[in-house]
Design a protein around this ligand. Structure first.
Ligand code: EPU
Length: 419
């Protein structure tokens, strides 16, 4: 198992360039299955969730060719509704986007249950509800999800989600673009990755409007053609580096970021006393005084993202005074708290709220990444603690952070990965 060793205590200084967004990348990669032709995806992050997605695409017959460090060419013309190896599908959450894409193109899809990080129950009832609304029967037995369009092709329909779901919204979009007629998705997720997927599909000839609002309208088309599409920057990677700068008392220029996507995070960091200067596609982040306490509730975009919960918790540990963090998205997002406690943090969790005493002087320790974002948080805590911290189960972090070790070393961190 790989782990990282951090010799903490140095402020991070310099420039970090943000990679393409993981949660947009995985959706767009599976969306290429809908396309009759060649797609070139640019600004692809070098992370394991992308590598697994490309393997899954190959397993269903797509031709996949890496044409640069961050570019891939995908031709899914010959792809079919085959079942990808379960070993691959269960390695990540977003493999479920293959269902929307193959169901939309072939009228049939079968795949093993997806995996992904564990922070509570992760149902897919809303995805199924959307496929049903488009005229598909869905069977979930024996660890498989099999969806079949009743007349061989999906029909446009009205979908009203019971809760705001990113995956459900994107899977419904994938299924609807080649359906016969018009689909309306209400109570849709508004995340930048939803807009990114809509843009990619429209570049390929789809008719998707309203993405970024809570009502998306899709007019089904006969066919999609290839395109070249550049992925947007990863707001969670950017937020993670913003917090790393603030926590270490450093000064980072975060390059290749869309400041508008960062608003909910920036507002809370400023409330804590962090200075953030915004430029067209960059942000300078530094913190000169002590951090102040704050209360945060996660919520769907444009609210404070749940995927920043563990990282901001590190700042709450360091702040002066009591902070509270409530996660309204996942029911078990605080598994990392036990790890931060090993580093002397004082945190109490009750239900979906954590209370931080503040004023923590992190002690170096041997800790674990319990999931992707929790792993990033442990690395930040390790960068703050004076002395040597070991973070086990680093593979979680590699799911979603492109070259994090190299990026941190380039801005002054003493960190290395060992097997
Ligand atoms: N939900 C249902 N039924 C469903 C789908 C979702 O009840 O059919 C509930 C979930 O239990 C949860 C809420 O709706 O309480 C939101 O879930 P959502 O569907 O939005 O999550 P997701 O699509 O599975 C994506 C990201 C996660 C991120 C969440 C929330 C991807 C691949 N994953 O997951 O990202 O936490 O949205 O923003 O896009 C990460 O990147 O570290 C990560 C976990």
């Amino acid at each position: 198992m790989e782990k990282v060793i951090i010799d903490g205590g140095s402020p991070l200084e310099g420039t970090v360039t943000i990679s393409g967004m993981k949660n947009a990348a995985v959706a767009v990669l599976y969306a290429t299955v809908l396309v009759d032709g060649v797609c070139v995806i640019e600004n692809l992050p070098n992370i394991s969730d992308v590598a697994i997605s490309l393997e899954i695409l190959k397993s269903v017959g797509a031709k996949v060719e890496r044409i640069g460090e961050t570019e891939v060419r995908i031709d899914a013309t010959e792809a079919r509704d085959k079942m990808p190896p379960h070993e691959l599908a269960k390695k990540m959450r977003a493999s479920y986007y293959l269902i929307g894409a193959t169901l939309g193109r072939f009228g049939h899809s079968v795949i093993g249950y997806p995996g992904g990080c564990d922070f509570g129950v992760r149902p897919i009832d809303q995805h199924i509800k959307a496929f049903n609304a488009l005229g598909a029967d869905v069977c979930t037995e024996g660890g498989l999800i099999e969806a079949t369009a009743q007349n061989g092709r999906l029909k446009g329909g009205n979908i009203f989600f019971d809760c705001v779901t990113v995956g459900g919204t994107m899977n419904a979009m994938l299924a609807a673009v080649l359906a016969d007629g018009v689909t309306e998705i209400e109570n849709a997720a508004r995340e930048p990755h939803v807009v990114a997927l809509a843009n990619f599909l429209n570049f390929c000839g789809a008719s998707v409007s309203g993405a970024g609002t809570d009502k998306i309208k899709i007019k089904g088309v006969e066919k999609l053609h290839g395109c070249t599409y550049e992925l947007i920057p990863d707001m969670i990677e950017a937020g993670t580096f913003m917090i790393a700068a603030a926590a270490t008392g450093g000064n980072l220029y975060i390059d290749n970021v869309i400041p508008k996507h960062m608003e909910a995070i920036s507002v809370k960091l400023r409330e804590m006393g962090v200075t953030i200067d915004e430029f067209d596609d960059g942000m300078r982040v530094y913190c000169e005084g002590p951090l102040c306490n704050v209360d945060i509730k996660t919520s769907p975009y444009p609210g404070f993202p749940t995927d920043m919960n563990p990282q901001v918790a590190v700042l709450m540990c360091l702040a002066e005074g009591k902070s509270t963090l409530t996660d309204t998205i996942w029911d078990n997002r605080f598994r990392y708290v036990e790890e931060l406690k090993r580093m002397d943090a004082e945190i109490e969790v009750e239900g979906n709220t954590a209370t931080f005493c503040g004023g923590t002087v992190f002690k170096p320790a041997r800790v674990r990444a319990v999931d992707l974002r929790a792993g990033a948080a442990m690395i930040i805590a390790g960068l703050v603690a004076k002395g040597q911290t070991e973070v086990d189960d680093f593979f979680y972090v590699e799911r979603g952070y492109d070259n994090i070790i190299e990026k941190l070393r380039a801005v002054g961190a003493h960190i290395m990965k060992i097997s």
